[in-house]
Design a protein around this ligand. Structure first.
Ligand SMILES: O=C(O)c1ccccc1NCC(=O)[C@H](O)[C@H](O)COP(=O)(O)O
Length: 224
């Protein structure tokens, strides 16, 4: 089955349009000043309006305070909040209660023990996003274009809903899907020509690779 596909860090109408034309189920906008993908909420709102109703609008923040979240929600009207910082389960619960929006909570993963950190969020976060640990010296908690060892997810409860993220690209997405069976995938650097610059051809190639991988997918567990 084709996974949900989130294209993250969009900044231009061309990139937003292409992502959704090619079948992105989610489009992500980054609100983090140090990121080359940072976008002002008013521009993100304009871009979101181009595809509203055709793809889920995801607002990505890092330990954002209430004022920043209020502004983003008012101007972007996201369908989902992605928390990519150290937001506590209590913070996730409070934001969900106040805003009525679902929250996808990101975790950086390197080894099996890292998965234990999701436990307090089960039943609270609506979905998880598993990303790689940032390289030493990186200013960014995400969008670093590095992968983690997907075999770590072998021990994960199959009922846990997550998006696989971190260093995905046209060349490794088939292996990633085969190894994890992820029902959602997320990409940023892998469809860029430079940090923060989406490459429409790379985006096309990524979607084509996902299609090929989804067609080849074995029908394990099926009687037919
Ligand atoms: O992408 C960023 O610049 C970013 C900055 C701060 C917090 C989160 C960020 N990205 C979040 C995402 O969902 C990315 O798509 C994810 O980390 C994967 O990125 P990549 O490894 O570049 O595909």
């Amino acid at each position: 089955m084709r996974p949900d596909i989130k294209i993250c860090g969009l900044k231009t109408p061309e990139a937003v349009d292409r992502a959704v034309e090619r079948g992105a189920t989610h489009v992500g906008f980054i609100f983090f000043g140090k990121s080359p993908r940072n976008i002002e909420p008013d521009l993100a709102g304009v871009l979101a309006d181009r595809v509203r109703g055709r793809a889920k609008i995801v607002a990505v923040t890092v330990d954002a305070d209430n004022d920043d979240l209020d502004e983003i929600i008012a101007l972007v009207r996201p369908d989902i909040l992605q928390f990519h910082g150290a937001e506590s389960p209590e913070r996730v619960l409070t934001v969900k209660a106040v805003t009525g929006l679902p929250v996808m909570k990101a975790f950086s993963i390197r080894e099996p023990d890292d998965l234990k950190r999701i436990e307090p969020y089960i039943g609270i976060a609506d979905r998880f996003l598993f990303d790689a640990k940032p390289p030493v010296g990186s200013d960014l908690p995400g969008g670093n274009g590095v992968s983690f060892d997907w075999r770590v997810l072998r021990t994960l409860d199959p009922n846990v809903e997550y998006m696989l993220s971190g260093g995905l690209n046209r060349d490794n997405i088939a292996d990633a899907l085969r190894e994890t069976g992820a029902r959602g995938i997320d990409v940023s650097s892998g469809v860029e020509s430079a940090p923060g610059v989406k490459d429409l051809d790379k985006m096309d190639e990524f979607f084509a690779a996902v299609e090929r991988a989804s067609v080849r997918e074995p029908v394990s567990g099926s009687a037919q």
